[in-house]
Design a protein around this ligand. Structure first.
Ligand code: ACO
Length: 325
């Protein structure tokens, strides 16, 4: 069994429409200063009418494939992490497979809300490690603005839409300390009521809206994410000082800064996109990674640390040596 699963490309897509904090304050009782000070968010992107989660996922996937020097024919597995699928079924991943024309690939969705990308990465890595394919597309895609209650200022200012993707590839020859080095996944359903959607096919036959006890989520986030980070760093035989880039879930600048301080990392080693993208749930990590590969910060050979938490509560972390050796 080959034991190196490389991450060989990243891509992203953001809808054209931008909603600034000032735009929001025209119809919600909020203001730019409050949102910036409490969250670090300046603006968010928003899907156009008729633009679907699968459309954004396909655009991000094509961008990642081109970054990896591959085509849709090269993919054996497609995993879409999303909480805002096109429809209740079939999976958004099936639609993505069809739109990409990757009929040789099997495809399915993963639902772990804001932790979805880490979960999809962990599952994709395991499938490749167990010989179920050579390459996997791991996509996070969200139309989160579709499940917001625009009269609830405690949630509607926090989220945005977008998609990001990475390509995982089984290395031809095992390469020590390259690729996905360690991933941990955690869930604690006792906290399901601090962040949830008040609807669903089985409970109400509706889509529902996001509900959140923000301060409770905040407390869990810093503690659980820094301990997951420490788990993967130790498991991979590294120390925090080895990390080239922390690429965290982009929920709130204060959570990101709190984790950076707990890990003892210099602030300039953290990729932050929360100001421009807001919280795009499962899309936020690959969107941030893609921004940092595109502008040249993240290079092949860099050690990347990912972490995310979301409804469930579900959370996890991953340590990856990016690129091809
Ligand atoms: N604009 C203006 N005022 C607001 C707004 C708003 N958008 N929202 C809340 N307020 C008010 C509240 O009503 C409250 O007023 P009061 O004191 O008169 O009662 C005051 O601001 C303070 O509210 P708090 O909830 O105490 O504000 P806090 O500093 O905790 O910030 C926030 C709220 C931003 C939600 C914060 O708790 C947080 O970021 N939590 C993490 C949750 C998160 O990021 N969730 C995303 C999904 S999960 C994830 O991805 C990690």
């Amino acid at each position: 069994m080959n034991n190196t699963i490389l991450m060989v490309g990243a891509g992203s897509y953001l809808p054209e429409k931008v909603l600034t904090n000032d735009d929001l304050s025209a119809f919600v009782d909020t203001d730019d200063a409050w949102i910036k000070q409490r969250t670090g968010i300046h603006q968010r992107h928003m899907v156009a009418d008729g633009e679907l989660t699968s459309d954004m996922a396909v655009a991000a996937a094509n961008d990642a494939l081109s970054a990896a020097g591959l085509t849709s024919d090269d993919i054996d597995i497609i995993i879409v992490a999303t909480t805002t699928p096109d429809d209740t079924f079939p999976s958004t991943a099936s639609t993505v497979q069809h739109k990409l024309g990757s009929y040789q690939a099997f495809a399915f969705d993963i639902q772990a809300v804001c932790a979805g990308f880490i979960y999809a990465l962990g599952v994709g890595e395991s499938l490749l490690r167990s010989g179920k394919g050579r390459r996997a597309l791991i996509i996070g895609a969200e139309s989160f603005t579709k499940i917001l209650d625009w009269s609830d200022r405690t949630t509607c200012v926090l989220f945005g839409d977008g998609a990001g993707a990475v390509v995982l590839e089984v290395a031809d020859t095992p390469a020590q300390d390259w690729g996905v080095l360690s991933t941990v996944l955690h869930t604690d359903g006792r906290y399901r009521d601090i962040l949830y959607v008040d609807g669903g096919p089985s409970s109400s036959k509706t889509v529902g809206h996001v509900r959140m006890r923000g301060q409770d989520v905040f407390k869990h986030a810093v503690e659980k994410l820094s301990s997951s980070m420490n788990e993967v760093i130790a498991d991979a035989g590294h120390t925090p000082t080895d990390i080239d880039w922390l690429i965290p879930h982009q929920a709130n600048i204060r959570i990101i800064d709190g984790i950076q301080k707990k890990l003892g990392l210099p602030p300039e080693k953290v990729v932050k996109t929360v100001a421009q993208h807001a919280n795009t749930s499962a899309a936020s990590i690959p969107l941030a990674l893609s921004a940092a590969t595109r502008d040249g910060r993240v290079k092949s050979g860099h050690l990347l640390a990912f972490e995310a938490i979301g409804g469930g509560l579900s959370w996890g972390a991953s340590l990856v040596r990016y690129g091809r050796p």
